[in-house]
Design a protein around this ligand. Structure first.
Ligand code: PGA
Length: 251
């Protein structure tokens, strides 16, 4: 299956810095790409991305994504951004349930599932993040935790589950420089694939991507695993050269 390399810029960027980074991506991307590339950028910069994409044909190869979406469709929800608003700006992806939102904003499995539902309802692909903390891994709970997180999304989304992208992001590997070994990551991806297979006959076409300190040096071996269909890239997505090397490892 075609791999997906998605950058998660988190709360980084500025008009000036984004222009430099996106221009460098546009000029460095291969003309004929054999993987999908997306950047999940802070919402205030969607219009900037749109304008740059219109002016720079090579950027048309890069899909736009958000880092979150509301679980509500409209109304008195101060500070929230709806899926329809993301759609207005041409977002193709929306990250939901990132561990930073689960940890810092108290997002529950049910809330994450509702967010995925909102995205799917307008034709945006949710990138649903699951992953265990270090304490959970050390207590032997990895499988139980990721299965519980995915089960909530399957429960809320029924047969639409084959339309999601799933991201396995061990919390202990995010931004720490500690990556899951290719074998550790593959083992969890296989568990998730089997869980999807019990819910949909299309489990084989669901992209399950890995995130957590993926970089130019380790991307190729991670991406060579049979159930690793791409990467969700944080720190390395902020450096054009590093992000482009990961894209070429996936191509
Ligand atoms: P990282 O972040 O690549 O900096 O570890 C990944 C993520 O949080 O999506």
């Amino acid at each position: 299956m075609t791999k997906l390399i998605a950058g998660n810029w988190k709360m980084n960027g500025s008009l000036a810095a984004n222009e430099v980074l996106l221009s460098a991506l546009a000029s460095g991307l291969p003309q004929a790409m054999s993987c999908e590339v997306a950047v999940c950028i802070p919402a205030p910069y969607f219009a900037q991305f749109q304008a740059l994409a219109l002016a720079t044909p090579a950027l048309a190869l890069v899909a736009l994504g958000s880092q979150d979406v509301s679980n509500q469709s409209a109304g008195a929800f101060t500070g929230e951004v709806s899926a329809a608003m993301l759609k207005d700006f041409g977002c193709r992806y929306a990250i939901v349930g990132h561990s930073e939102r689960r940890q810092c904003h108290g997002e529950t499995d049910a809330l994450v599932a509702a967010k995925a539902q909102q995205a799917l309802a307008v034709g945006i692909t949710p990138i649903v993040c699951v992953g265990e903390t270090l304490a959970e891994r050390e207590a032997g709970q990895t499988t139980e935790v990721v299965k519980r997180q995915l089960a909530a999304v399957i429960h809320a989304n029924g047969h639409c589950i084959s339309e999601i992208v799933l991201a396995y992001e061990p919390v202990w590997a995010i931004g720490t420089g500690k990556t899951a070994s290719p074998e550790e990551a593959q083992a969890v991806h296989a568990v998730l694939r089997a869980q999807l297979a019990a819910a949909t006959e299309h489990a084989g076409r669901v992209k399950i991507i890995y995130g957590g300190s993926m970089n130019a040096a380790n991307a190729a071996t991670l991406l060579a695993q049979p159930d690793i269909d791409g990467g969700l890239i944080g720190g390395a997505a902020l450096k054009a050269a590093d992000f482009l090397s990961i894209v070429s490892a996936a191509s």
